[in-house]
Design a protein around this ligand. Sequence first.
Ligand SMILES: Cc1cc2nc3c(=O)[nH]c(=O)nc-3n(C[C@H](O)[C@H](O)[C@H](O)COP(=O)(O)OP(=O)(O)OC[C@H]3O[C@@H](n4cnc5c(N)ncnc54)[C@H](O)[C@@H]3O)c2cc1C
Length: 582
Amino acid sequence: YRAGIPGNASYDYVVIGGGTAGLAIASRLSASASVAVIEAGGIYEQDTGNQSVVPYYSLIFPFLGTSEDHPKEPLIDWDLVSIPQASSGNRRIHYAQGKTLGGCSAINTLAYHRGTKGSYQHWADLVGDQSYSFERLLRFFKLTCTLTPPDPRKRNAPNATVLYDPSVFDNSLNGPLQVSWANWVDPASSWLARALQAVGQSLSPTGFSSGKMNGGGWVSTAIDPKDATRSSSEASYLQKSGAGVTVYLHSQASKILFDKDKKATGVAVSTQDKNYVITSKKEVILSAGVFHSPQLLMLSGIGPAATLAAHSIHLLSNLTGVGQNLWDQIFVNVLGGLDVPTTGTYLSTPSQRALALEQYLTNASGPYSSAGGYLSFEKLPPTHRATLSPRTRSLLSHFPADWPEIEYIVSGFPSGLDAPSPPTIGAIAATLLTPSSRGSVTISSSSILNPPVIDLGWLTDPADGDVLVAAVRRIREAFNSSVLTPLIAGAEIAPGDAVTSDMDILAWVRQNAQPIWHASSTCRMGRVGDLDAVVDSRTRVFGVERLRVVDNSVVPFSLPGHPQASVYMLAEKIAEDVLRGW
Ligand SMILES: Cc1cc2nc3c(=O)[nH]c(=O)nc-3n(C[C@H](O)[C@H](O)[C@H](O)COP(=O)(O)OP(=O)(O)OC[C@H]3O[C@@H](n4cnc5c(N)ncnc54)[C@H](O)[C@@H]3O)c2cc1C
């Protein structure tokens, strides 16, 4: 690709945001057109080096802290902070979002998998377009990536067998994203995985990329196995694209420009010392992510009329759904002391780190090469379901039959304490995959310089607390299973043995819920005439022309599990629509 020099210029397509979807679609369009990418950040490999490239560090980035006073990393994070979450301890949540080429794919935790067949069918039915069925999306999923099978020799963990379905990948397509399995297994995680299996969550025979998410498995990751480095949209799609893509770095789009017929004609851009306009001969594609895409639509005259009027913004299209319908999955970690080592244990002294570094550099393996890995999905079993209120059960019944309600994620970290204290703190997280609460994004001024105003809406619907309380009890079963009896050391660390009643567990959940950074749906896709729809099924924005939104903000709901595989898929699908002139 080429580096753009700030100043007026013209291209066939202008993509706002060089993130996950933005670079994938820009790269595909550039095969037959000129494409400009406007990206507010820089190049993460230069700006934060090993931290953003080496898989292990993605688990311990200090700036992923979620409290208001988290350590800052302005070179790659937007430093967005929500408004106080009234139903979640009145906390203001720092919600990390990548501000760099690659966007969130440059800072995420690398898990790669797809949603369930039922979830894509629900998408297809909701938007009235059967091309969103899993069978028809599979072609686009296959286009995105190249799969490298697990290497048992390097993983060196006989009790961490990987099961997956190779038929849903097609390496002959030479997909840019590298998908593989980590060349290291965390011992604590493999024990916690066995504990989940012991309470009935058996190993899935297919893994999680063939439209099924039921049971446990070692998840595939966006890691390039050749050197165990992050495969972001920048390291994959952009690096593979030719001179057809021109990237403007440290350049913030401040407004989408339209002619008198409401056709998008380009983008107003500002750098620290220059304002300029990039004109689009064909289309503008907005890929600024779940918080900034709705912000930019509103600043450009597309959104709820009342909001725009309040900030004296000229109204082009009154779309009440812009910034609404925010879905966010949240998680809580149940913690217990474990008498087994964990990945961090192998990195706690200078000589261990030197050894690990040698393994990493010579063999692309060892503790540094992995970003974790065991996930387990389930619908709550009948005994736990029985504890939910009738209303909660009714809300859950509206999700497709194959849509899991909880994702359990296992991990461990060194306790840092000397014996007789346990060396490891083992964690099983419960992530809520069926949130009923909704948040929103709005603006506080007509200027791009003011960040979007984010209300995550966490736990505002009682159903979400209800389900998470049941999930905490379920995790306690796993910690109490006989598999862990010889390894458990001491009392439960969190929530702690004193927290037993539903009311107390719920209070703890409200204080301790964390983001898993999967927010979506703030510019949701829908049918013409749907009350809060913002784009149609080809992601064209209602009420204007030559403008699409392509990122996780248009996905109509948070798909179960981790979204990046579907974001790449969507970029491939819409690139094909654009090139066909649809
Ligand atoms: C910490 C973290 C961990 C995660 N872990 C996982 C995981 O393990 N697996 C998984 O599947 N998903 C994970 N996710 C979620 C996933 O990465 C995101 O949902 C997905 O990458 C979003 O892609 P996007 O294209 O919608 O937006 P982004 O990738 O965020 O791209 C938006 C881009 O637009 C740019 N931008 C914004 N505003 C402007 C502007 N005005 N002008 C110019 N540029 C602008 C941004 O800088 C950014 O580069 C994680 C996310 C985070 C933050």
